[in-house]
Design a protein around this ligand. Structure first.
Ligand SMILES: Nc1ncnc2c1ncn2[C@@H]1O[C@H](COP(=O)(O)OP(=O)(O)OP(=O)(O)O)[C@@H](O)[C@H]1O
Length: 322
C-alpha cells in the first residue's frame, strides 16, 4: 500500500542481504528460573513474524534480548548485521520497539509525544505523516490519558515507527482492546508492513497470529516447540481432515472404518466424528449413500492454529497477572 502520507523507510541498511534477524541458541535465566532455553529463529525482510506462546513462555525476554534491552546469558543475535547484545546503539537506529503496556505521561498530547520521540533520532519520520497513517488526526491534541485503549496502542505503534526503523517489535499489541479496536490494530500492522517495515509480533492470541503472521515460532517454557506458517502449524497442508455427521440409522459395521481414507470413527453424542486423509469426506459420504444412508447433517471443521497450539503447548501452572 502506498499513499502520500505513508512513511517510508530510509534504508539505514537496505543493502543487508539474507534474514534481517537471526537468533541462535539464545539462553537467559533469572536466578534459577530459566526463561529462555535455547531459542533459535530467523526473520526475513518484509514479513510479519510471530512469536506465539502462553504467558511466561519467554517471549518478552527473547525480544528484549533482541532489542539489546536485556543481556542474554549465551547464544547469538544478529539484527541487520548488527549485534544488539554488544553494540546496542546502532541497533536503536534501525529497530523500533513497542513494549508491553508502555505508558506515557498522562498529560502528554499525541503530537507532543511524537515530536519528543522524533527528537531522539537523526532522521525521524514526519510526525504528521504518522498521525495520518495511524488514524490519529482528530486526536493530535488529545492528552494521553484521554485516549481510548485502541488509540493509546496506535500511538505506541507510532512511537515505535518514528525513527523510521527497518524492523519493528510489537509486544502484546492488542491485549486489552475490544474486538473492533483489535481489528483496526491488525489492519494497521499490515499497513506498516506494506510500507516496508519488517515486523516481529509477540502475542499469546492464536487468532492474531493466524490472521497476521507470515511465519511464526511457538515458544513454550523457553523453547521453540513449533515453527512454520500458520497453515503448516494448523496442519491444513498435512492432509488431515475431520468432520461430523448425524445419520438417520447406524451404518453397517466396518463400512466407514474399512475405507482407506478413514483413520478413525468416533461416537460423539448424536454425531459421528469421522477423521482421515484428504478425501475422507467424499469417500465416507459416497459409502454411506451407497447403502442408502443420507446424512441429516454434515458439519466440517477446519483444524485451527488454536487446536495445534493446545496440542503443542502444555500450559505452565503459573500465576498470571490480572
Ligand atoms: N525480571 C525478571 N525476574 C525474574 N523472573 C522473570 C523476570 N522477567 C520474567 N521472568 C520470568 O521468566 C519467564 C519468562 O517471562 P517472559 O516475560 O519472557 O515471558 P512471556 O512469554 O513474555 O510472558 P507474558 O506474556 O506473560 O509476558 C516467566 O516465568 C517470568 O515469570
Amino acid at each position: 500500500m502506498t499513499t502520500s502520507s505513508t512513511p517510508t523507510t530510509t534504508g539505514h541498511d537496505a543493502a543487508h542481504a539474507g534474514p534481517v534477524v537471526r537468533v541462535s541458541d539464545l539462553r537467559k535465566s533469572y536466578g534459577t528460573k530459566v526463561a529462555v532455553d535455547g531459542v533459535s529463529f530467523t526473520v526475513d525482510r518484509g514479513e510479519i513474524f510471530g512469536i506465539l506462546g502462553p504467558n511466561g513462555a519467554g517471549k518478552t525476554t527473547t525480544v528484549e534480548c533482541l532489542a539489546g534491552l536485556r543481556q542474554a546469558d549465551s547464544g547469538s543475535i544478529e539484527l541487520l548485521g548488527l549485534d544488539p547484545q554488544h553494540d546496542p546503539t546502532p541497533v536503536r537506529e534501525v529497530l523500533g520497539v513497542q513494549l508491553q503496556e508502555s505508558k506515557l505521561p498522562a498529560k502528554l498530547r499525541v503530537r507532543e509525544a511524537l515530536e519528543l520521540y522524533a527528537s531522539f533520532y537523526p532522521d525521524p519520520e514526519d510526525p504528521e505523516a504518522l498521525i495520518s497513517l495511524l488514524g490519529l488526526g482528530e486526536r493530535r491534541d488529545t492528552p494521553y490519558q484521554n485516549l481510548s485503549g485502541g488509540q493509546q496502542q496506535r500511538l505506541s505503534i507510532a512511537l515505535a515507527l518514528v525513527g523510521r526503523p527497518q524492523v519493528a517489535i510489537l509486544d502484546e499489541l492488542t491485549t486489552g482492546l475490544d474486538p473492533q479496536a483489535r481489528r483496526e490494530a491488525w489492519d494497521l500492522v499490515e499497513k506498516v508492513r506494506d510500507s516496508g517495515v519488517t515486523i516481529v509480533l509477540v502475542t499469546h492470541f492464536m487468532d492474531e497470529a493466524e490472521r497476521l503472521c507470515d511465519r511464526l515460532v511457538v515458544i513454550d517454557r523457553g523453547r521453540v516447540v513449533a515453527e512454520g506458517t500458520p497453515g503448516d502449524l494448523s496442519g491444513g497442508s498435512r492432509g488431515s481432515r475431520t468432520f461430523r455427521v448425524v445419520l438417520p440409522v447406524a451404518p453397517p459395521e466396518g463400512l466407514l472404518t474399512g475405507l482407506p481414507s478413514v483413520t478413525s470413527v468416533r461416537d460423539v453424542g448424536r454425531e459421528l466424528e469421522i477423521s482421515g486423509t484428504d478425501t475422507v469426506l467424499p469417500d465416507a459420504i459416497a459409502a454411506l449413500s451407497g447403502c442408502g444412508i443420507i446424512p441429516d447433517e454434515v458439519r466440517t471443521r477446519t483444524r485451527s492454529l488454536e487446536d495445534a497450539f493446545v496440542e503443542l503447548v502444555t500450559r505452565e501452572t503459573e500465576e498470571t497477572a490480572p
